[in-house]
Design a protein around this ligand. Structure first.
Ligand code: GLN
Length: 442
């Protein structure tokens, strides 16, 4: 990554780097990308400069990193963009933050998001919507709306988001940047406020694949605080190579804007030609069940995760202070988990999840990666009324990867009506090495 080598060579100091972004973030305040800037970022940068001078700095030395407001940073306001946690200060550093600090990355500030990571547009934040710097007047996508906007507007080097059903890939696609949702279990969730703990993963958003893979390398790995994490092969190399690229016809009808579908097909054909890759048809037979399977599971897990926000230990009582979408999920999750339903909805959703996982297992026998659009439609105008079901439709192409626990990323491929479009790349679980080299090929 160019910035990293400039910092290492002393062509720019960490302090200058951080100062420039702080100024820029203040100048572009109207984007509403940041909720808070880190008041000690500059002194942290000075300390990193001293280390750089002695040649003893870490792998992220001096990089300015924006952090989504649901990842705990000691001493910063971690509100999840909710009135419920409006005054809550992080009491410890999440595993990912500790790892970033060990490698001398600088936490620049805390970014806006959909409240408690529920939404797809960035509009459910209690602190106002984030603007899309790449498509003025439109939503940036969600829920990692502020992180995507901060990267796209040049307010930080890289950012952390979280992805439960598409929340890294969806805003990255709408803002014309790169984003990666790691395989479930690659990155520790310790210190991440749960949305749905069986899907949530923290991951990077950046302008290029190198910066995302550098950040992913650092935050990956086993943690004694998160029992589902695994130590897996790292050493990601953003070098394109020839692959078997899977394309599924089953997702065609889920992509409501056909122009996006056509643009993605063209891009895939281009990648295949340039890298000498072959195209193979794969069948994601149950792709149309993904949204219907995802939401009941998300509702139930979210409902359970919010029981600690009863107004005693953390902030306010959630039911009395949250917005409409969060309340819908709490009440929905409560209803679905009632004993009288005997698990009817939840168990059915788990069955559909198993079918989708199986589809991917089969597909990855014939293909190294699968490529498809990231979002089925272009971002709507901020404030336009979108009914909940259409809003959930934004996730139709991203939730399958979360349901199956595999890794996926998005790369910008062009624009329609001057609005960015991203191509999604999906690879088998813990094969981020393949994912990243395929993304580099795109
Ligand atoms: N839009 C999806 C939801 O509302 C995904 C959110 C996310 O990935 N955090 O649940």
């Amino acid at each position: 990554m160019q910035k990293l080598s400039m910092l290492m060579k002393g062509e720019v100091s960490a302090e200058e780097n951080v100062q420039k972004f702080l100024d820029e973030a203040r100048r572009k305040k109207d984007l509403n990308a940041f909720l808070r800037l880190n008041s000690s970022a500059l002194s942290e940068a000075e300390a990193v400069d001293r280390k750089l001078g002695k040649g003893r700095a870490g792998r992220l030395a001096g990089l300015a990193i924006a952090v989504k407001a649901n990842i705990s940073v000691e001493g910063m306001n971690i509100s999840c963009a909710s009135r419920t946690l409006e005054d809550y200060q992080g009491t410890f550093d999440a595993d990912v933050i500790q790892k970033i600090r060990q490698e001398d990355g600088i936490i620049l500030g805390i970014t806006n998001m959909d409240e408690f990571a529920c939404g797809s547009s960035g509009e459910t934040s209690a602190f106002g919507p984030t603007q899309n710097p790449s498509a003025p007047g439109r939503i940036p996508g969600g829920t990692s709306s502020g992180s995507a906007a901060a990267v796209a507007a040049g307010l930080c080097d890289v950012a952390l988001g979280s992805d439960t059903g598409g929340s890294i890939r969806n805003p990255a696609s709408h803002c014309g940047i790169v984003g990666i949702k790691p395989s479930y279990g690659r990155v520790s969730r310790f210190g991440l406020v749960d949305s749905a703990m069986s899907f949530d993963q923290i991951g990077p958003l950046g302008k290029d694949i190198e910066s995302c893979s550098a950040l992913l390398e650092v935050i990956s790995g086993k943690s004694r605080h998160d029992p589902v994490t695994m130590q897996a092969k790292a050493g990601f190399n953003a070098k394109p190579k020839s692959l078997r690229i899977g394309v599924s016809d089953e997702i065609r009808h889920l992509c409501t804007d056909k122009r996006i579908y056509e643009m993605c097909l063209k891009a895939i054909a281009g990648v295949a030609e340039k890298t000498g890759s072959s195209l193979v048809n794969v069948r994601l037979k149950h792709a149309d069940l993904a949204v219907q399977a995802y939401y009941p599971i998300q509702y139930v897990e979210f409902f359970s995760a919010t029981r600690k926000f009863d107004g005693r230990k953390y902030g306010r009582k959630i039911e009395e202070s949250c917005g409409e979408e969060v309340l819908r999920r709490i009440l929905g999750g409560l209803e679905i988990s009632r004993a009288e339903h005997h698990g009817a909805y939840y168990r059915k959703a788990l069955k559909a999840k198993a079918l989708i996982t199986k589809d991917f297992e089969e597909a990855f026998k014939d293909a190294d990666v699968i490529m498809m659009p990231t979002t089925p439609r272009l971002p709507h105008r901020i404030g336009e009324r979108i009914d909940p079901l259409s809003m959930y439709g934004y996730d139709a192409l991203t939730v399958p990867a979360n349901l199956a626990g595999v890794c996926a990323g998005t790369v910008p491929i062009g624009k329609i009506d001057n609005i960015p479009v991203g191509l999604q790349v999906i690879a088998p679980a813990f094969r981020e090495d393949i994912l990243i080299s395929a993304m580099a090929a795109v």
